[in-house]
Design a protein around this ligand. Structure first.
Ligand SMILES: *Cc1c(COP(=O)(O)O)cnc(C)c1O
Length: 411
């Protein structure tokens, strides 16, 4: 490798891709790969979607940017469509997930000001991930994200995920809580699903206490879990939701949607973004919604997710090296008994398959929602072969590392 002039913020795999089509990618040597992570839940419509490419080209030939000093027709349209889909009243557009959550957290502060609370707290969850900016890394329940960035922004209080008793207890102890920020499925945290009952009880608690219920749908939103939004599974509607990842299918865009009083908190001067909601990004967002609606992608994610989960459970569940196989729509995790990060590189090399490992021992799959059932079977085939071979090797290495007497005693 020649000297890189990029800051060493990422540990990158030794592969670069040159082009893609649907769920397939080709590297700079022309080798074909199957993509089971979709750029971390971003390219839900697959790579090089012809309608998205055409929309980008057409809009780039008309107008990319004018700033929010002026009206933006595509921003109005995308805002209206997202609000209709999510049951929200107003939208604010930005450029990333972290910025969408920053927007939500600023709404929580204004909500506190309205209520005369000077030192407000936002409840956040253990094991959560909300981004890398100062506010969102403080909100994230992952010490690795916070490491080295003290002092952290104050104003957060942490509770265990999916535990309504802990939250009620917290409410008793802290009268200055103004909002709760929660993922319907913890993604980076390893695919942990909030139960519908928990979200319903959380909704009720927010109503009683006057808290804003804020849901981070950045990874789960727009079909990934088998419904348009993760909260749909619980039959509730939050006060604020945040979106990003899949909204632009790779073109950077984020959104914070709010309803009722939360939708009316901002006045000019409170918040803004130079790029946020530009004509190009918003036109692509509308195109993503057109395709997702027409192809019924939430339903497709539900069906393909069931196929993928069943396939992996049949091959891997019950194996001593596998703690469990779980999922929600096309968010799937295989929890291993021991760290397995090297599997990411191995999957690329030996199976031409893109996977992710989070929290050291959780294999995470986020295939594009436009996968074919045949491609889902290929993911099952390649991944289970890889995992079973890995476990056999790990077991053999463990035996040979033991003293001879123990190895013999163990048979
Ligand atoms: C990816 C993600 C974020 C951060 O989004 P960025 O675009 O990387 O800032 C926040 N919350 C959740 C749940 C995510 O999955």
């Amino acid at each position: 490798m020649p000297t890189s002039y990029l800051m060493h913020a990422y540990s990158r795999q030794p592969v670069s891709f040159e082009r893609g089509s649907g769920a397939l990618l080709w590297d700079t040597n022309g080798r074909e790969y199957l993509d089971a992570i979709a750029g971390v839940a971003v390219t839900n419509l697959g790579h090089a979607h012809p309608e998205i490419a055409a929309a980008i080209a057409d809009q780039a030939g008309r107008l990319i940017h004018t700033s929010n000093l002026f009206g933006i027709e595509w921003q109005e349209r995308l805002g209206a469509r997202l609000c209709a889909l999510a049951g929200m009243d107003k939208a604010f557009f930005c450029n990333s997930g972290a910025e969408a959550n920053e927007t939500a957290l600023k709404l929580a502060r204004l909500h506190a000001q309205r209520r005369g609370i000077a030192q407000p707290l936002v409840v956040v969850m253990d094991n959560s991930f909300h981004g890398r900016t100062f506010a969102t890394l403080a909100a994230s329940g992952n010490p690795a994200v916070q490491q080295g960035f003290a002092p952290l922004m104050p104003g957060f209080i942490r509770v265990p995920f999916n535990d309504i008793a802990a939250l009620r207890q917290c409410a008793e102890e802290h009268p200055d809580i103004v909002a709760v920020l929660v993922e319907p499925v913890q993604g980076e945290g390893g695919v942990h699903v909030a139960s519908p009952a928990y979200l319903q009880q959380l909704r009720a608690l927010c109503d009683v206490r006057g808290w804003l219920m804020m849901m981070d749908e950045i990874q789960t939103g727009l079909g990934r879990t088998g419904a348009w939004f993760g909260f749909n599974h619980a039959g509730i509607v939050p006060d604020v939701i945040t979106l990003a990842k899949a909204l632009g299918n790779g073109v950077p865009i984020g959104a914070c949607l709010a309803r009722s009083t939360a939708a009316a908190l901002f006045v000019p001067g409170n918040h803004g973004s130079t790029f946020g909601g530009n004509p190009l990004a918003c036109r692509v967002g509308c195109c993503v919604l057109d395709i997702s609606e027409r192809e019924q992608l939430p339903l497709r994610a539900k069906q393909l997710g069931e196929q993928l989960l069943r396939g992996l459970q049949v091959r891997l569940a019950g194996h001593p090296g596998v703690r469990g196989v779980r999922g929600h729509g096309l968010m799937i995790a295989i929890e291993m008994a021991a760290p397995c990060t090297p599997l990411v590189e191995r999957a690329l090399r030996t199976e031409a398959l893109l996977i992710n490992v989070t929290r050291e021992r959780t294999i995470r799959l986020l295939p594009p929602l436009i996968c074919t059932p045949v491609q889902i079977d290929q993911i099952v085939e390649r991944l289970s072969r890889l995992v079973l071979l890995w476990l056999t090797e790990q077991a053999a290495a463990a035996v040979s590392a033991q003293p001879a007497s123990v190895a013999l005693a163990g048979g």
